[in-house]
Ligand binder design. Sequence first.
Ligand code: GAR
Length: 210
Amino acid sequence: MTCRVVVLLSGRGSNFQAIVEAQLPIEIVAVISNRPHAAGLDTARARGLTTVALDHTALPDRETFDALLADEIERHHPDLVVLAGYMRILSAAFIARFEGRLLNIHPSLLPMFPGLKTHERALAEGVKIHGCTVHFVTADLDHGPIVIQAAVPVRADDTPDTLAARVLQQEHRIYPQAVRWFAEGRLVKNHGHVNLKDDLTSQSVFSIGM
Ligand code: GAR
């Protein structure tokens, strides 16, 4: 059976687009945004996908919004919910409803630099390697079980923008890969870690880009 995927996004949607273009064995059954004018919704519409805009500013608090969002997601019967630049913290009740089928991409090598402004902070720390992480979402913000990471070098003349662009290229590689593994049933949880079925070397869960 094809893996049914709901995508949540708040902005540009380039990770969502990379997932679409990777031609994975999935069906994107809905693209939902908390921002009605998110560019990612236009991309989804142009591809004939079902889109839903739920404006979080119209609701009194996070719990109320997340309950509405969760109900909307459930209507599409997803096997997997993909956070693709979804820029709101999720409530514990929401995460509990989807735990184990909720993936996120974060623009740093977690557990380094959880939260926002990751590229600025990486440059401020003088790290020589930076990158991105796909992980399962748990109640512990940006600390869920890691599926795949990619690293890039930090260059002496990098600005937050140049570094972000280099990391984003890797995001577009590893997120489709992680979604493919999920759809193929290859992600196995083991004591809070994720193993890839039939990959004893673990080489495929780490990649290096320039
Ligand atoms: C991506 O860099 C993603 O890693 C980041 O937002 C950007 C969305 O870009 N996500 C987070 O920071 C989540 N905490 P996109 O809309 O072009 O995919």
